[in-house]
Design a protein around this ligand. Structure first.
Ligand SMILES: Nc1ncnc2c1ncn2[C@@H]1O[C@H](COP(=O)(O)OP(=O)(O)O)[C@@H](O)[C@H]1O
Ligand SMILES: [Mg+2]
Length: 285
């Protein structure tokens, strides 16, 4: 048994003439929460569906818990939990029935009631799926993915369309997965979600991985710091790759004038700054 849950090397996928994934490589360690970030059409769902065994790749090497998902081995399938981007289950089934039905397909499932509570659907056990709100349905999707007590969970935009309270509940459920030692591959276009949940993220654009690392460090590697302070009623801003020298000069000058730099701040680019920079559309030529 290795420490690697997912290994992807030079993954490629074409739909006819559309190259949706163009040579993506990354690894996810066991117990890690890994976020795939990127705008619509970047190739996130395609990548995830290949890892789940729902799509065939055009090229590259993929290992999921030591298996090639393309072989669709039941042994692998039983170790995975999956939340599809579109969701999808039968509307005429009650919440408890749906969860119990999925539980029965796994060798050592979690308790269905406990799973329903975990995703914040307690009290809705007897509701029909079609009576649930969009956010509640998404939570049911999450419950269905978790009830098999999988080692590895794929969550494709698990909180899209949630109101802020539902998103927090889902985050709690996802954090509990990490505490249980599960490996999670999450796609999202909410940066704060990636920042809150993921140990590492990869940013994808047009089928290519443009950056990867811990959310807090993606900005750190880029040497642009923003130094700002209040000056004559407005905010003065400087960008620098050497904040030590800049601060030394600015503060020395201020002290020499007998002043203070009010509201002094030094900021590193946030994940959002990096994301927007890396995924920006090139200007039309
Ligand atoms: N079944 C399909 N047939 C043809 N093109 C597809 C299919 N699925 C996705 N695509 C195209 O592949 C690209 C990547 O899509 P997708 O993986 O769904 O991106 P994301 O999940 O990041 O939004 C898009 O250009 C999309 O239109
Ligand atoms: Mg998608």
């Amino acid at each position: 048994m290795t420490d690697t849950a997912i290994a992807v090397r030079d993954l490629r996928k074409s739909y006819g003439s559309v190259e949706a994934v163009r040579g993506v490589s990354f690894e996810v360690a066991r117990g890690e929460v890994f976020g795939l970030l990127g705008p619509n059409g970047a190739g996130k769902t395609t990548t995830v569906e290949i890892l789940e065994g729902h799509r065939r790749r055009s090229g590259g090497v993929v290992r999921v818990l030591g298996h090639d998902p393309e072989r669709a081995e039941p042994e692998l399938r039983r170790r995975l939990g999956i939340v599809l981007q579109g969701g999808g289950f039968y509307p005429r089934v009650r919440v408890r029935e749906a969860v119990a039905h999925f539980a029965a397909m796994y060798p050592s499932p979690r308790d269905p009631s406990e799973t329903i509570s975990l995703v914040g659907l307690e009290g809705k056990e007897e509701a029909f799926a079609r009576e649930l709100s969009g956010g509640q349905r998404r939570r049911l999707d999450l419950a269905l993915a978790l009830v098999g007590d999988p080692e590895l969970v794929f969550l494709d935009e698990p909180t899209t369309g949630f109101d802020p309270a539902a998103r927090r509940t889902a985050w709690t459920a996802m954090r509990s997965l990490r505490e249980l030692g599960k490996t999670v591959l999450l796609t999202t276009h909410y940066l704060e979600e990636a920042q809150a949940l993921a140990d590492r993220v990869a940013i994808v654009k047009d089928g290519v991985l443009v950056a990867q690392g811990a959310p807090g460090e993606l900005g750190a590697g880029r040497d642009r710091y923003r130094v700002s302070y209040r000056s004559n009623g407005s905010r003065a801003e400087h960008e620098t790759d050497d904040p030590t020298t800049l601060l030394h000069r600015l503060t020395a000058e201020a002290l020499a004038r007998g002043e203070r730099l009010e509201g002094l701040e030094v900021n590193r680019p946030t994940l959002e700054d990096v994301y927007l920079e890396l995924t920006a559309e090139e200007p039309v030529r």
